[in-house]
Design a protein around this ligand. Structure first.
Ligand code: HEM
Length: 151
């Protein structure tokens, strides 16, 4: 239990904390300092490194969460409201991430390879919208997950 909850919280921190850093610190700085061609190239480098780690964190969250739920808590029927909410919102976030990874992110890669900056900028705008949505949902799930047992 301790091992799996430890893994769970580390994976959640990587995903949600990573989005928070990108949204609050990296994005405004890049917009201020760099012109579109360099900015999009930096974005691509950053996201090429961050997104594979997000896939790992999603896998770990689902496996560790299910391990605790099925192995320790006695399954879905015994689970309290906060665990149902966590699981439901986590699946929505996973769906959004899969969409942004296979949709706008792949189009951003192609646009940067072809030096098509307007298309790259438009795809970055879509990525921003969906990453911000996941950041809001992720922050909510962190609070729900950590406080739920005290409700
Ligand atoms: C975005 C995804 C998720 C985030 C950010 C998240 C976050 C958290 C947090 C912060 C905790 C509290 C850890 C602690 O202080 O003990 C927690 C606990 C837990 N999570 Fe998640 N979680 C996510 C996905 C999932 C999924 C997919 C499951 C699958 C069933 C799950 C099942 C659980 C369970 C069973 C607990 C223990 C609850 C308790 O002790 O009352 N989580 N989660």
């Amino acid at each position: 239990m301790v091992f799996w909850i430890g893994l769970h919280i580390l994976a959640a921190t990587l995903w949600v904390g990573g989005m928070m850093f990108v949204h609050l610190a990296l994005r405004p700085t890049l917009t201020e300092v760099l012109e579109p061609p360099q900015r999009l190239a930096v974005w691509l480098g950053v996201l090429n490194r961050f997104f594979p780690r997000v896939w790992w964190s999603i896998l770990l969250l689902h496996v560790s969460g299910m391990w605790v739920l099925l192995g320790v808590m006695g399954g879905m029927a015994q689970a309290r409201l906060h665990v149902h909410l966590m699981l439901g919102i986590a699946w929505v976030m996973t769906g959004i991430f899969a969409y942004l990874y296979f949709g706008p992110f792949q189009k951003l890669r192609t646009a940067v390879a072809q030096q098509d900056w307007p298309t790259g900028g438009a795809q970055m705008g879509r990525l921003r919208t969906w990453v911000t949505t996941n950041l809001v949902l992720g922050t909510l799930v962190m609070v729900i997950g950590a406080t739920g047992r005290y409700w």
